[in-house]
Design a protein around this ligand. Structure first.
Ligand code: PLP
Length: 382
C-alpha cells in the first residue's frame, strides 16, 4: 500500500508528467515568463469551463479577494459580512482594506454561512457579503442573492475550495461556483482542487465594467501603459503556472468525481457509528452520483462524543494524516476580536472548532488506504 498522505500531489503529477514537463519546458524555452501566451489561453479556457464572461488571473486567492473588494469600490468603514468558520484570508483582506469585517455564525450541517445570522448582521453600513463555499460545497446562493438584492449588497463568492462545483437553483438551472454573485474569487494553491505548482489565483465576473476595473487594479492601476488612474497592486499569474493549470483544467471534472467517490466511500464506512457525523450535501442530503454540488476539497467529520482531540492524536500515532480545519473561530483570533461580538451568537462555530476533523482527501486515494483509515477510526470511536 502506498503511504497515506493528506493530499497526494506526486501521484497526481505522475499521471500527466510527460505533458506537464513538456509544457513547463516550452515556457522556459520561450522565456515568456510573465504575461506569456499561456496566461491568455488559460484565461480563455477557464472562461469557457465556468461559462463566465471574464476571468482575471492573479497571484493567489488572497489577492483575488482583495482585488475584488478594491474593484467594487468598497470604502473605509463599509461593513462586509463573512463566515466565522473559514480560513483567515477572507477576513484578513477585509481588515487590510480598512473595511469593517462582520463575522457571523455558520450552519452546523453545511458549515456555510447561516442565513438567519447573516440577516441579523445587516446594518445601514453593510455593503457586501462574502459567502465562502467551504470544503467544496456552495453556500445557499439563492437565498443569499435574495438577501443581497433586498439590501442592495454586493456578493463576493470565495470559491478557493469549490472550483468546479455546480450550484443548482430551485428552477433546476445550474451555475458554476464563483459565477453566481457579482464577483467570484479562487485560489490555485497546489493542494486546492485545481492546483498549480506554486501560487496562483483568479477573479471571475460577468460584469464588463468591473472586469475592466479589475484588469487595471491587478496591473498597478494602469489602463494605459505608465498612466496610473487608480491605486493598484502587482498581482500576476505567471506563465509556468498558467501552462500547468491549462493542462490540468480538462481533468478538473474527473478530479471532482474522484473526490466525491472517495467521500462516498468514507460516508458508507462511518454510517453506523452514532458518534461520527459524516458530511451531508445541502442539496441531495446524501452524496449522489450525478450532481456536482459538493467537490470535497475537504472531507470533514464531526466527532460528537468529545474525543476529537484524542482521535487526532491516535491517528497521528498510527501515521494517518489528518487535520483540524479550523481549530479557532475567527472571532476569537487575536487579530479579529471585536467587542461587539457576543459568544451566544457563535454557538455553532464554537462547537465545530471542538469536534471537526478532516481526513485524507485527494484524487489518488485508494480503497485499501481508505479501509485502513476507516477501521482505525472505528476501532477508536465506538
Ligand atoms: C486557500 C484559501 C484562500 C487563499 O488562497 P491563497 O491562494 O492561499 O492566497 C482564501 N479563502 C479560502 C476559503 C481558502 O481556502
Amino acid at each position: 500500500m502506498k503511504k497515506i498522505q493528506m493530499v497526494d500531489l506526486q501521484s497526481q503529477y505522475q499521471k500527466i508528467q510527460p505533458e506537464i514537463d513538456a509544457a513547463i519546458s516550452e515556457v522556459v524555452a520561450s522565456a515568456a515568463f510573465i504575461n506569456g501566451p499561456e496566461v491568455k489561453k488559460f484565461q480563455s479556457d477557464l472562461e469557457s469551463y465556468l461559462n463566465v464572461k471574464h476571468v482575471i488571473p492573479c497571484a493567489n486567492g488572497t489577492d483575488a479577494l482583495q482585488i475584488a473588494m478594491m474593484g467594487l469600490g468598497l470604502e473605509q468603514g463599509d461593513e462586509v459580512i463573512t463566515a466565522d468558520f473559514t480560513f483567515a484570508a477572507t477576513v484578513e483582506v477585509i481588515a487590510l482594506l480598512k473595511l469593517t469585517p462582520v463575522l457571523v455564525d455558520v450552519d452546523p450541517n453545511s458549515f456555510n454561512i447561516d442565513l438567519e445570522a447573516l440577516q441579523k448582521a445587516i446594518t445601514p453600513k453593510t455593503k457586501a457579503i462574502v459567502p465562502v463555499h467551504l470544503f467544496g460545497q456552495c453556500a445557499n446562493m439563492e437565498a443569499i442573492l435574495k438577501i443581497a438584492k433586498e439590501h442592495n449588497l454586493y456578493v463576493i463568492e470565495d470559491t478557493a475550495q469549490a472550483i468546479g462545483a455546480d450550484y443548482t437553483f430551485s428552477d433546476g438551472s445550474t451555475k458554476k461556483a464563483g459565477t453566481i454573485g457579482d464577483v467570484g474569487t479562487t485560489s490555485f494553491f497546489p493542494s486546492k482542487n485545481l492546483g498549480c505548482y506554486g501560487d496562483g489565483g483568479a477573479i471571475f465576473t460577468n460584469d464588463d465594467d468591473l472586469a475592466h476595473t479589475l484588469r487595471g487594479i491587478v496591473n498597478h492601476g494602469m489602463y494605459k501603459r505608465y498612466y496610473h488612474d487608480v491605486v493598484g497592486v502587482n498581482s500576476r499569474l505567471d506563465s509556468v503556472q498558467a501552462a500547468v493549470l491549462r493542462l490540468k483544467l480538462p481533468h478538473l471534472d474527473n478530479y471532482c468525481s474522484e473526490r466525491r467517490k472517495a467521500a462516498k466511500y468514507y460516508n458508507q464506512g462511518f454510517r453506523s457509528n452514532p458518534n461520527i457525523v459524516t458530511p451531508v450535501t445541502e442539496k441531495c442530503g446524501e452524496i449522489c452520483d450525478t450532481c456536482n454540488c459538493h467537490v470535497f476539497h475537504q472531507y470533514t467529520l464531526k466527532i460528537t462524543n468529545g474525543k476529537r482531540d484524542a482521535l487526532h492524536q491516535h491517528l497521528v500515532d498510527k501515521g494517518i494524516p489528518n487535520a483540524i480545519y479550523y481549530p479557532v473561530a475567527l472571532h476569537k483570533q487575536k487579530a479579529y476580536q471585536d467587542e461587539r461580538y457576543k459568544e451566544e451568537d457563535f454557538e455553532v462555530t464554537n462547537e465545530l472548532v471542538k469536534n471537526v476533523i478532516s481526513l485524507p482527501m485527494h484524487t489518488e486515494l485508494e480503497k485499501e488506504q481508505q479501509d485502513l483509515i476507516i477501521n482505525t477510526i472505528l476501532d477508536f470511536i465506538q
